[in-house]
Design a protein around this ligand. Structure first.
Ligand code: DQA
Length: 146
């Protein structure tokens, strides 16, 4: 089955973006971490990034079709700033019924107040934040029991 790992806006800047918050690993490094975790657990990795909300919505719809076909292990979603703004992503997860982990590299709860609210969390099956980029491997391992 496939682990669909979706990354939202500005995550293409990982490595150079606020390294004191997000670390120095790049998105390509994160993809490697995910590839290793998937290989260890017998999952197929599908790893994507977009800065566009509607593209992320379309990818969640695609996940819904994968689930209907029985090929989806689950979605790991780091929606970036859309976490805190996007009713559309909330509705996409609810509307498709895909099992999703909301993931953040940083611990959003020790940061600015505007990062404390998530539109994704009420639609997600699990939420994981603050483990740095290794959180991606933890989230992928978490898909196995679903
Ligand atoms: C983030 C946290 C968000 O608040 C922020 O907008 C991001 C990254 C994280 O991975 O820690 O872009 O999702």
């Amino acid at each position: 089955k496939t682990a669909l790992v979706l990354n939202g806006p500005n995550l293409n800047l990982l490595g150079m973006r606020e390294p004191q918050v997000y670390g120095t690993k790049t998105l390509a490094d994160v993809e490697q971490i995910c590839a290793q975790a998937c290989a260890a657990h017998g999952l197929v990795l599908d790893f994507r990034q977009s800065n566009h909300e509607g593209v992320l919505v379309d990818w969640i719809h695609e996940a819904g079709r994968m689930q209907a076909a029985g090929t989806l292990a689950g979605v790991v979603l780091n929606a970036g700033a859309y976490t805190h703004t996007s009713v559309a992503l909330h509705d996409a997860i609810k509307g498709t019924g895909v099992p999703a982990v909301e993931l953040h590299i940083s611990n959003v709860h020790v940061r600015e107040a505007f990062r404390h609210h998530s539109y994704i969390a009420p639609a997600a099956r699990a939420v994981l934040c603050g483990f740095g980029v290794q959180g991606y491997a933890l989230a992928i391992a978490g898909l196995l029991d679903w």
